[in-house]
Design a protein around this ligand. Structure first.
Ligand SMILES: Cc1cc2nc3c(=O)[nH]c(=O)nc-3n(C[C@H](O)[C@H](O)[C@H](O)COP(=O)(O)O)c2cc1C
Length: 332
């Protein structure tokens, strides 16, 4: 068993990564149903929250069925971060996560996200202040370092633990790398192998197959895997990884019926949650993966992603079911 403070997770838990415009309540609920042990919201701006910016506040919504859930916030200003913690607490998440990993310029230039990797003392003091300010467990998600010349993640993780951080998820890339190259899990294993570490250390970056998750567990000895891109439009990834870790065999891929059903429910939950316009728009990015591999599918995908009206998307699902209902998906 892996424990984040008092939250009990199974051995080698699978975490849904925070992903902007992806890890919303409907998608988190689907991933949870398919085996994700812990889900995180997308990052939420502390400045947006304290200004009561509607878009930021909406991101605080959570469904009971997705617990345990962590709300991720970002910012570089201590006062704003502490005030946003108070706002976040009202949504009753199980965890508050701090984003110290976002590489995008508009975040980094303000010293937030991965920008803080240039000032480790600030990173530690901000974490400490947040830990002291809330009764909820605080976790951190970060990268290996700012660039190849500044990888001090073993020391950083230990310092974060010492000020009360309850778990750390590490993306095996530097900020300079953005999303290029391959994630390097060796420095994450070094964090785990530090004999002073006792909080869970989760690996992140390029877990794109059940085999990769197994390597992260067996060869790198990490406490769990945080999964991002491989789950987009494919919530079944969690179930497939779990099955492989338990049996060494691959689970059959979801049938067309299961995919259509998931797509319908995803869209309906999104509409119920944020209205037809946004629901239709923000669910689009998932369809490519839901229906990946079907030959000559473009015409149908276009129908799903070009209309603003839910009825058109639902009728495209019906058509696909009718035409491709018997399609046999192959593994991988
Ligand atoms: C579309 C997208 C949005 C993301 N948004 C966030 C975010 O809000 N917060 C965060 O900590 N990381 C964010 N990330 C990074 C992921 O959480 C993860 O660290 C990264 O994708 C590597 O994991 P993967 O190889 O499993 O995708 C995002 C990644 C993607 C692809």
């Amino acid at each position: 068993m892996v424990k984040i403070d008092t939250i009990e997770l199974p051995d080698f838990p699978l975490l849904l990564a925070p992903m902007e415009d992806v890890s919303d309540p409907p998608f988190r609920a689907l991933c949870k149903e398919q085996g994700a042990d812990l889900v995180y919201t997308e990052f939420i701006s502390s400045e947006g929250l304290i200004r009561d910016a509607a878009k930021s506040v909406m991101k605080l919504d959570i469904y009971e069925k997705e617990r345990p859930v962590g709300i991720q916030i970002f910012g570089a200003n201590l006062d704003s971060m502490l005030r946003s913690v108070e706002i976040v607490e009202k949504s009753k998440p199980d965890i508050i996560d701090i984003n110290f990993g976002c590489p995008v310029k508009k975040v980094v230039s303000k010293g937030a996200g991965a920008g803080i990797l240039k000032d480790i003392d600030l990173m530690v003091s901000l974490t400490e202040a947040m830990v002291k300010h809330t009764h909820l467990p605080v976790t951190v998600k970060t990268r290996l370092g700012w660039d190849d010349n500044s990888i001090r993640i073993v020391e950083v993780a230990e310092r974060l633990q010492d000020v009360g951080c309850k778990a750390i998820s590490i993306h095996g890339r530097t900020r300079a790398q953005m999303y290029k190259g391959h994630a390097n899990w060796k420095p994450i294993a070094a964090v785990k192998n530090n004999s002073r570490m006792h909080i869970p250390v989760f690996g992140n970056g390029d877990v794109d197959s059940p085999e990769a998750a197994k390597r992260m567990r067996d060869e790198y000895g990490l406490d769990g895997a945080m999964i991002g891109r491989a789950s987009i439009g494919y919530p079944w990834f969690f179930k497939e990884v779990k099955y492989f870790l338990e049996t060494g065999n691959h689970l059959a891929p979801p049938t067309m019926g299961e995919r259509i059903e998931a797509a319908r429910r995803h869209l309906q939950m999104a509409i119920d949650w944020k209205g037809e316009k946004l629901g239709v728009f923000e669910t689009r990015r998932h369809y490519t993966n839901y229906f990946k591999g079907i030959p000559n599918f473009k015409e149908y995908r276009m129908k799903m992603v070009t209309s603003d009206e839910a009825k058109d998307v639902f009728s495209a699902f019906d058509e696909v079911e009718e035409k491709f209902g018997d399609y046999a998906f192959s593994l991988g």
